[in-house]
Design a protein around this ligand. Structure first.
Ligand code: WT7
Length: 641
């Protein structure tokens, strides 16, 4: 098979069956046999409050489908209003912990009031149903308020990751043509102020479409406020009315767009709808994350990540959960901050990433030795493959051998969890994401789209529509078709490689396309390459994701120089700088290789697979399609740490 690296896991593997204490209280316990997918999804949608019922569950076929046709619903109503009819109105919805140690609790009633007020502010500012609102906010309650306020009036939110450099922010604003941007003066990171508003000012020089900027004051640093364009959030909120009826939205109306990196240069705006998306996020948060009324739930990622959309905001709030928001760094003021927060609030469900787990493991057990983290009952992971060593540590040391780990596979495009253990039913295998959830038709296929035998690597595809699936790429249906539907007939192409073992368990081997996944941040090779090519001495560039033995992925750049230029450490630094400036420091390459030529196919396509072999120090794979074999011998290796 092309593109695939052999996956070697430790054998024999230990299997962890569900434990009685967990099973007895789990939301999903007995094997729920799903005879009919549509009936299953209909039941899941019925967990939500609808203003008007659908008259058909599913209409159309891949790639253009509609779920819960003609059903009327509002996401903000489902996350707020419906909880006000019970005692839940005074339950904590959000518990915010600032990095300096400040704390703010918002009940469902509070969140409902603030959301309604901000919805009125948006209306006052001229935002209408269908308009796009860009949200560039750090982790804070106002980010949740802003999302739910958009949803309330039918505006479409587009959250942009705070780690992006101004240019990357500008690209996303320009693509969406949004007229309004919400941001903050800054936020705290390792005791220092990150000056968010300065970045915005720089980005907006490129974005004439933005007429209004709303600024939340978090750190009260001196910032520039542009007259007639910039407004303080708290000033606008002062005068806002606190009543705002939730707009009646069609099930298929767009709830948000979320930009993500693809194989080609420009970031893609993944479009998600209201009814289907909310059904997926809410039902999986109930089944996989096993949410209960009394849980204290923490998904420790950024809100602007799809994980934050589905499992900090829409999933948990639609289920009436208490959600932790933490602003800052996990090692500030020292490396016990995460455990301190878990102890302080009695966190019971902790959903994080393999990168974070590996980091906690490296820091060591001593950091939680003095903290009572016994409230934990369920652990979760998302973003990349969890190596068995990290898994075992997380399970034994953090979970004390009591807490199941749900390793959840999904993507920005899938909207909600697709393949994962159900913690009350599934035996766990460290490193595996277990089996597709009810209603999800996953399969592993070969180059021709035929199912591969068990144990063999192939492409992970989804063969049947699911409610929270991507509906389009914003303003680019052609790209939508090319990216996901042109590889195999009648199946959604995930871009991941996987294999299924003898028990039907899925093992994800990583991206097989030109997307690089570094610590859960998704980067397109083309984005990185065009940043490198901004250096006047760079003539050609190839970016790849390189995996180490823990399956941790890092960015690696191969670059050829213009005539007469020669490699140097200074040049390497400058190239790294270009990437930091254009994309952000999270995209920093781990290695820069200078080479005289890049390996290409006769068709002129760069063979990134061979570069991956070089970077990972492997024997080269199949070179038969290589135009000039001598290129490989010439790869002169520089840099590297
Ligand atoms: C890519 C999607 C869904 C939120 C996280 C990132 C990788 C995700 C797992 C997992 C192995 C995983 C895949 C996927 N991925 N979860 N449990 N095991 N790999 O969303 O930025 O859209 O990235 O993350 O490669 O395609 P995203």
């Amino acid at each position: 098979m092309r593109n695939f690296q052999e996956v070697v896991y430790m054998v024999p593997r230990k299997i962890y069956p569900p434990q009685d204490a967990f099973v007895q209280q789990a939301n999903y316990t007995t094997e729920r046999e799903v005879f009919d997918d549509l009936q299953f999804w209909e039941e899941q949608a019925s967990r939500l409050d609808w203003f008007a019922p659908w008259d058909q569950v599913l209409e159309g076929e891949f790639p253009f489908v509609k779920w819960f046709v003609n059903g009327k619903i509002n996401a903000s109503y489902n996350c707020l209003d419906r909880h006000l009819m019970s005692w839940r109105k005074n339950k904590a919805a959000l518990i915010f912990e600032g990095e300096p140690g400040d704390q703010k609790v918002m009940t469902y009633k509070d969140l409902h009031r603030e959301t309604s007020k901000f919805a009125n502010v948006l209306k006052e500012l001229g935002v209408e149903k269908g308009d796009i609102v860009t949200i560039y906010l750090p982790v804070m309650t106002e980010a949740v308020v802003a999302m739910l306020a958009c949803a309330r009036i039918g505006a479409i939110h587009s959250l942009v990751f705070g780690g992006f450099a101004p240019h990357a922010l500008a690209e996303r604003i320009k693509d969406s043509q949004s007229k309004i941007l919400l941001t903050a003066d800054g936020y705290w990171r390792r005791g220092e102020v990150i000056r968010t508003k300065d970045k915005v000012d720089e980005a907006l020089e490129e974005c004439p479409s933005v007429e209004t900027v709303v600024v939340v004051s978090r750190v009260a640093n001196a910032i520039r406020m542009k007259r007639n364009r910039d407004h303080w959030y708290h000033e606008l909120m002062n005068y806002a009315d606190n009543h705002c009826e939730a707009e009646v939205m069609d099930s298929e109306d767009t709830l948000f767009i979320k930009y993500t990196s693809g194989a080609t240069g420009k970031p893609k705006g993944v479009v998600h709808t209201t009814g289907g998306y909310l059904t997926g996020a809410s039902s999986t948060h109930y089944s996989v994350l096993d949410i209960k009324e009394e849980d204290v739930y923490w998904c420790a990622g950024d809100i602007e990540w799809i994980t934050g959309h589905s499992y900090t905001v829409y999933g948990p709030l639609s289920n009436g959960a208490t959600v932790i928001l933490y602003e800052g760094a996990p090692d500030f003021p020292q490396k016990d901050r995460i455990w301190e927060i878990i102890e302080k609030y009695g966190v019971s469900i902790f959903y994080t990433s393999p990168t974070a787990v590996r980091m906690f493991m490296k820091w060591g057990n001593k950091w939680f030795a003095d903290h009572d983290i016994s409230t934990l009952r369920l652990l979760g992971s998302v973003g990349e493959t969890m190596n068995p060593e990290a898994w075992t540590w997380f399970y034994e040391e953090v979970g004390k051998g009591r807490c199941p780990i749900v390793d959840t596979w999904w993507q920005t495009e899938t909207g909600s969890i697709m393949i994962s253990p159900l913690p009350g039913m599934t035996s766990l295998k460290p490193g595996s994401v277990a089996t597709p959830l009810p209603g999800i038709a996953a399969e592993v296929v070969d180059d021709e789209g035929r199912p591969v035998p068990r144990g063999r690597n192939g492409y992970l595809v989804i063969k049947k529509p699911w409610p929270s699936m991507i509906r389009n790429i914003y303003k680019d249906t052609q790209k939508f078709l090319d990216t996901y539907w042109s590889v195999f007939d009648g199946a959604f192409y995930t871009g991941d490689g996987a294999y299924v073992d003898e028990d039907g368990y899925y093992w994800i081997s990583g991206r097989v396309d030109d997307v690089i996944n570094v610590s859960g941040y998704r980067l397109g090779s083309a984005e990185l390459e065009s940043a490198v090519l901004m250096h006047p001495l760079a003539s050609e560039a190839a970016a790849i994701g390189m995996n180490d033995k823990n399956k941790r992925s890092a960015v690696c750049i191969f670059v050829t120089l213009t005539e007469g230029a020669s490699p140097s450490e200074a040049l390497e630094q400058e190239i790294v700088e270009r990437i930091v400036e254009e994309i952000g420091s999270f995209a920093k390459p781990e290695r820069v290789y200078f080479t005289k030529n890049l390996p290409k196919t006769r068709g002129g396509k760069i063979m990134r697979r061979l570069l991956r072999d070089v970077a990972e120090g492997r024997e080269l794979g199949d070179t038969s399609t290589l135009l000039d074999v001598t290129v490989i011998d010439e790869l002169m290796i520089r840099g590297g740490k």
